[in-house]
Design a protein around this ligand. Structure first.
Ligand code: CU
Length: 203
């Protein structure tokens, strides 16, 4: 609101040379895309007011909470497929889908679509009593996840490119630990540094 007030005041000042009517019209015109504005003397139902006008930010400009729509829903079925790709919706060198929510005991098939990929769990980013996995490069691998919690895995040849993926099994009981480990590992990514944080935010 402060920024807008400053903008409005500078608009007012910059338009002093033109007639009052033209000035008002020009101002209303220029701010109407971001806010509802009316003159102070008008009865327009807007409460917030500056020296000579009243203003209310349009809904689209108001701060909105982080969209709930980026949250991943529980995948149906007990077998899920994750493709290992050179390029996908999230850029180059990706697992797709990169974030999965599944049930305890579900199986994940990591499918080699493009060559030179694998799937390997991150040592400190799986539930403490869960089994790790380390797939062979150039081979598909199946993993059954019997322990509840969040699992982060990567592709060994493309670790530096943040070729990572996240699976939540049951409840995200270890999410805080995983997030803290993720902030440590971030500096090892030479590109897509925000990718893992973004994935974790979808849980
Ligand atoms: Cu890879």
């Amino acid at each position: 609101m402060k920024k807008l007030t400053v903008a409005l005041i500078s608009l007012l000042l910059s338009n002093l040379a033109v007639s009052a009517d033209m000035r008002e019209e020009a101002i209303l015109d220029r701010v109407s895309s971001v806010a509802s504005v009316c003159l102070k003397t008008d009865d327009c139902g807007i409460e917030s007011s500056g020296p000579g006008y009243k203003v209310a930010l349009n809904n689209s400009m108001a701060a909105e909470p982080v969209a709930a729509s980026n949250k991943v829903k529980l995948s149906e079925g007990s077998v899920h497929e994750v493709k290992m790709l050179n390029a996908g919706a999230d850029g180059t060198m990706v697992f797709e889908p990169p974030v999965l929510k599944v049930s305890v005991g579900d199986t994940i098939n990591f499918v080699l679509v493009d060559p030179m990929h694998n799937s390997a769990s991150f040592p400190n980013m799986i539930p403490s009593n869960a089994e790790s996995w380390n797939g062979t490069i150039n081979e598909s691998i199946s993993v059954t996840l019997d322990v509840e919690g969040v699992y982060v895995y990567n592709c060994t040849p493309h670790a530096m490119m943040a070729m990572v993926g996240v699976i939540q099994v049951g409840e995200a009981v270890n999410l805080d630990e995983v997030k803290s480990a993720a902030s440590q590992i971030k500096s090892t990514f030479v590109m897509n540094q925000e990718r893992l944080d973004d994935y974790l935010s979808r849980l």
